[in-house]
Ligand binder design. Sequence first.
Ligand code: NAP
Length: 242
Amino acid sequence: MKRKPAHSSLGGKVALVTGGSRGIGLAIARALHGEGCKVIITARDEPTLKRAARQVGRPEAIPLVCDVRDPQLVQKMLAGLEERFGRLDILVNNAGVAHANLDVAKLPVESWNEVIATNLTGMFLVTRAALPLMNPGGAIVNNLSISATRVFPGSSAYSAAKHGALGFTNTLREELRERGIRVIALFPGATDTEIWKTFWPDAPRPKMMPATTVAQAVVCALTLPAESTVEELRILPRAGVL
Ligand SMILES: NC(=O)c1ccc[n+]([C@@H]2O[C@H](COP(=O)([O-])OP(=O)(O)OC[C@H]3O[C@@H](n4cnc5c(N)ncnc54)[C@H](OP(=O)(O)O)[C@@H]3O)[C@@H](O)[C@H]2O)c1
């Protein structure tokens, strides 16, 4: 992606995107890079992550392998970021997984644990480790989902994690208000990414948004004048909720 001239208000900012190896995370990483940010991306699968780092643009994004469920790996990843840049300006908590569409009575505890550990505890772990590196003027974008405020049968663990992540996000915003760090709750509707294979393989993809549209909305929110903020960013396909 071509970089904008240095006058973008995001030029030179250090941005970390978790789950940045594909889908919405990669699109956000590319968009931030296009605004002149120095971008760090994380995910578990190293070859895919390294490929994504090259796709982000030139200079390449920094790929730091990390499983957001593991507190030690998260600390190590943020230590690597600190060593390189000394600070963090924008954190995008995006890493997430879904689970097979199953009613509560049939949902394996392993699926429950994986989704809660990734989508909820992972967000807490990365945020906690990142906060000492953040300064006034910084921003945290938490990728929730419309599933943070409404429910779909068969998605109990996903819904529980996203509802919990919304509570976490709202609390974090109040804690950081005095420090001048913006906290944005991102609620994307159906977006055409791999996550759908897990729970609705035949979902109507032409009705979905491309991940680049979500990324564009995030950049709009982050480039608002410093005295304002978008607390909730709800972006849906024109077709509505699928
Ligand atoms: N697509 C939609 O319609 C939609 C709508 C609303 C919200 N969302 C949310 O958007 C976020 C991104 O989803 P997506 O649709 O872009 O899905 P995706 O294409 O499957 O991407 C998920 C990303 O998260 C990473 N990830 C998964 N588990 C991880 C872990 N334990 N540690 C670190 N990274 C991990 C994946 O890489 P590895 O597997 O290599 O770790 C990948 O980079 C999720 O939080 C999802 O809930 C999606």
